[in-house]
Write a protein that binds this ligand. Structure first.
Ligand code: SF4
Length: 362
């Protein structure tokens, strides 16, 4: 695969593995923030080939996992409304709400349509003028620009039947919450290359400074990951902190200015609930007053009856905060499997529990 094979090259990887081993003289706990990186680390066996002194702590960067239970309950309620179509990315469908999931609701007659882009939802709204079309807008900074674009497009088209159920989250405030925990074990971070492609990495510089941690901007292929780990370990071994960019083919310090402008035009920062973690101040995005007509929560009279609590056996919150591993959960691989998931991290392609199950870290 062009532009892929060179980043999976075994000779380059072997060289980097050796360089990392030569650097390491003590144990280090490194958190990969993004669930996509967790899957890549396990899929390519990176946790097994590196020096045993390097411990990976899996972070909260799984958008499906952190979407609050109440938002899923709201989405389900909307999908059951007469004359409403709830549009969602496919990976949200199997995530459990308080009582059920969107997939089960669809089997019971709710109108749930899988889309690949929020712009598909705008098109569905155009094609169905007698129906209300709601897009379930979940995700980190990577999805926010295109969600903003969908709202702008709907406004330009004068659509009155399109809205967003918004559960957008931001990475840096979550990193601060993890680092301000007095029992924090994390000594270095691999930050998510795709988020930094959009937002740049300047937001992490004051965090690295304040908490004196090294942060390496890292991609998703094996060579990208080895380069990020090498930067992070190199700083740790030298007692340094700061932000280093190990994903230069995609990330610049300032990020994608146009995408950020689009986000800022449509969204503003708000406090946000994270599933399993709680409310993190200024860690979410909501529609600005100019676009408030596209806010599904204001448009529909949602009456959520669930308590928003996880099933008691599920320790997803502690896993998302890096305090426990999936294998610490008594339900892992027995009561909870990808076929019968109890918690969100077993559903998502970015969830740590599904990664441990899929790549047999049992
Ligand atoms: S294995 Fe299942 S029940 Fe346990 S923490 Fe993961 S998602 Fe929750």
């Amino acid at each position: 695969m062009k532009y892929m094979d060179e980043y999976r090259n075994s000779q380059v990887s072997q060289k980097l593995i050796q360089e990392i081993k030569d650097l390491v003289h003590q144990t280090w706990n490194i958190m990969e923030i993004c669930g996509g990186q967790t899957h890549a680390i396990l899929r390519f066996g990176i946790d097994r080939v590196l020096a045993p002194e390097i411990h990976f702590i899996h972070g909260p960067g799984c958008p499906v996992c952190v979407t609050p239970v109440q938002k899923i309950d709201s989405a389900i309620q909307l999908a059951f409304e007469a004359d409403t179509i709830l549009c969602s990315f496919g990976d949200m469908l199997r995530v459990p709400g308080t009582k059920t999931s969107l997939l089960t609701a669809r089997g019971q007659g709710a109108r749930v349509q899988t889309v690949y882009s929020p712009l598909d939802s705008v098109q569905i709204a155009q094609q169905n003028p007698n129906k209300q079309v709601v897009f379930f807008a979940v995700g980190f900074e990577t999805t926010a620009p295109v969600n903003a674009m969908a709202v702008k497009k709907a406004k330009e088209l004068g659509l009155k039947n399109f809205s967003l159920l918004c559960a957008q989250v931001l990475v840096p405030p979550a990193v601060e919450v993890l680092l301000s925990d007095p029992y924090c074990q994390i000594q270095g971070f691999l930050s998510a290359g795709h988020v930094c492609t959009v937002m740049g990495y300047h937001e992490y510089e004051p965090i690295a400074e304040k908490y004196k941690v090294p942060i390496a901007v890292t991609g998703f292929e094996p060579v990208d990951l080895f380069l990020g780990i090498k930067e992070c370990v190199g700083m740790l071994e030298r007692g340094m902190y700061g932000v280093r960019n190990a994903y230069t083919r995609s990330v610049h310090r300032e990020g994608n200015i146009l995408a950020q402008a689009l986000m800022k035009e449509v969204f503003e920062v708000c406090d946000q609930q994270w599933r399993g973690v709680g409310c993190i101040p200024r860690s979410g995005l909501k529609l600005k007053s100019e676009y408030v007509d596209f806010d599904a929560e204001l448009k529909f009279n949602l009456n959520i009856v669930g308590n928003g609590q996880e099933q008691t056996v599920c320790i997803a919150g502690e896993i998302l905060q890096g305090k426990k591993k999936p294998t610490d959960c008594p339900a892992f691989g027995t009561l909870c499997t990808p076929e019968n998931p109890i918690g969100a991290p077993m559903v998502s392609n970015e969830g740590a529990c599904s990664a441990y199950y899929q790549y047999e870290r049992r």
